[in-house]
Structure formats: C-alpha cells, structure tokens
Write a protein that binds this ligand. Structure first.
Ligand code: TXA
Ligand code: MG
Length: 307
C-alpha cells in the first residue's frame, strides 16, 4: 500500500516497517533505535542469520551522533554524501542504535542517501532508520515500488519514490583506519574513492568472509564462557532464559522472552548477552531456543558466542 512521507515518518516512529525509495534500491526501513522494529526487519526478510544493517540518516551531523568519523571517513563523506556510499565506522560509546541492527558488532554501517524522498522521510521521522534492501532474503533488490509489493504483498507500506536512479546497492567501505577497504563494490568506484582521499582502496577478497559478521575479528563475543541448551543452572552461572519455565538458582537472570516468542528474543539477544558478560559469573547458561523463524539466526549467533 502506498503511503505519504508524513504518514510513513509517523509509522516509523511508532515502530512499524515502511519501505522507501533511495537512489540505489528500495529499503525496508525500521526505527534503528528500536530492537523490536529491527527484529521485525529480519523476520520479514527471512534472513537465516543476523546480517548487520545499514543505518540511514539525513546528514553528516546526525551520523556523528552514532559513529566516530575518522579523517578518512570525513574525506569520503565530504566527497560522496549524500549518495551511494556506506561507511563502516566505530560505534560511539553512547550510541543508542539497536545492537541487533549491527549484529552485535562494535562498528556501524551508515549512509546519507541522496534521493529527495528518502531525505524528506529521514528528516521528518527524526530517527535513524535501519534499512536493508526491500527484498526477501536471497532475492533481487527492488528498484520500483511495485517490486516491493511483489516481494512482500500489497499490505506492505511503501513510499513510492519512482524508479531508483542507480539501481545497484551502495558501495560499502570500511573506513576505520587509513586505508579504505571496499566490502561491497557499487556505483562509487575504487577510482572515485582514490581520487577523493588520495589512497588506493583495498578490496575484501572474494570469499574472504569479511562481510559475514560472525567472522569479523571485532565481532562481539562474550568474554565469559557460554553454555548452550542449559536445562539447569550450575553454581555461579548467569542464566539467559527463554520461556516461562525457568530453573532457579542463577546468580543473575535475563529472560529473552517469557512468552517464548523468538522475535522478542532476537530483539533482546545482544543487549542481554552484554549485560550478563561479567567476570563475576562462571558462565552464561543459555536455555534452548526453538529452531524456527528467527530462532535459527539466534541459535547461529549463540553457537558462535559459545565457540
Ligand atoms: O544501497 C543500499 O546499500 C541499500 C539501500 C536500502 O540503502 N541497502 C542495502 O542493505 O543494500 P543490505 O542490508 O542489503 O546490505 C548491507 C551490507 C551487507 O553487505 C552487510 O554485510 C554490510 O552492509 N554491513 C552492514 N553493517 C556492517 C558492518 N558493521 N561491518 C561490515 N559490513 C557491514
Ligand atoms: Mg540486499
């Protein structure tokens, strides 16, 4: 269903998902500050894992609220924002963007789109918007409002911004150090990047897995041991619970979802893991999570945390 920018902004603020045009491709947007909205994005896309999402903001000043701009990033932002460039940068200490949106990483992918409709929406919404391409997992990115409707059905709210001028996802560049690293090629080319910053970018080699968040060295893993499929609690353990039937005796406890809802559990996962990652505990015991819906991604992430 097509909706106006004003009503889309209101829906986003209220935690609903809205698809919108950018100059690259249509995005499936949700409030990046809201874990539940972000969990809903993953659920609707049907992604098997928690790929980190791109955060969309209206301008550079807003970006600086959430990430630390390196000198390299400043040059690139200066040259290509607003536009089809996404910068991967360290999250600020006080960054309140959902940890789920960046899949628990301590970096954030951020971009200022150039599309007039997208900019108006972001300005009107007044919140950062997490938005992957508005297609189901494993399918082609949509470049027209009609494509979004054929992906998600006519009930999907979409701001019609016409056909996307670029039609290819943004170039993703890791810009935390001195040398830019292209994680995903796009319409902002290596030559353009070199001209803007004076340094030839490196490419994350194909198959080098740098884009798979679980493989990144900086990926958040608890320093306390993680024990999976726990049905009881050992002395000194913290408990990451799931569901209504919780064993007693934990040194500390967080319940991912008392109602046993995997979507709610996904929304809480990274924040609760961080809270329980404390040297006071001998381990974090994690109760079994069903392998259905977002439960697959949760189990995948927990397996990495326990490895
Ligand atoms: O053009 C685009 O970029 C579109 C529009 C809607 O902005 N969005 C898009 O998002 O293509 P998505 O989720 O389909 O792709 C995001 C890419 C993925 O390759 C992901 O791995 C990478 O960005 N990414 C996101 N956060 C990252 C991070 N912290 N570190 C490394 N890679 C990251
Ligand atoms: Mg995509």
């Amino acid at each position: 269903m097509k909706i106006s920018i004003e009503s889309a902004a209101e829906k986003l603020r209220a935690g609903e998902l809205v698809a919108f045009a950018t100059e690259t491709v249509y995005g499936l947007g949700g409030n990046a500050l809201d874990d539940a909205a972000v969990a809903e994005i993953f659920a609707r896309k049907g992604r098997p894992g928690f790929n980190p999402l791109i955060i969309h903001v209206p301008d550079l000043v807003t970006a600086q609220r959430y990430v630390t701009l390196t000198p390299l990033a400043e040059k690139l932002a200066d040259a290509f924002w607003p536009g089809a460039l996404t910068l991967v940068l360290p999250r600020k200490m006080k960054c309140d963007v959902s940890l789920l949106a960046s899949a628990g990483l301590d970096t954030l992918a951020i971009r200022v789109p150039a599309h007039e409709g997208a900019r108006a929406l972001l300005a009107e919404a007044g919140i950062p918007v997490a938005a992957p391409s508005a297609n189901r997992s494993g399918r082609i990115s949509p470049t027209r409002a009609e494509h979004v409707e054929s992906e998600f059905g006519a009930q999907q709210l979409v701001v019609d911004g016409g056909a996307c001028a670029v039609g290819l996802e943004s170039t993703v560049v890791q810009a935390a150090a001195h040398v830019p690293v292209i994680l995903r090629p796009g319409s902002v080319t290596a030559e353009m990047i070199e001209r803007a910053c004076g340094v030839a970018p490196q490419f994350a080699a194909a198959g080098d897995k740098v884009q798979a968040p679980g493989m990144l060295a900086s990926h958040y893993a608890p320093s306390v041991k993680v024990r999976l499929n726990a049905v009881d609690v050992q002395p000194g353990e913290a408990l990451l619970a799931f569901g209504g039937n919780v064993p007693e005796g934990a040194a500390a406890m967080r319940n991912l979802s008392e109602a046993g809802d995997v979507k709610e559990a996904a929304a809480n996962l990274f924040a609760f893991l961080r809270e329980l990652d404390d040297a006071r505990f001998t381990a974090i015991a994690v109760m079994p999570i069903p392998h259905e819906g977002l439960g697959l991604a949760i189990n995948d992430r927990l397996k990495r945390a326990a490895a």
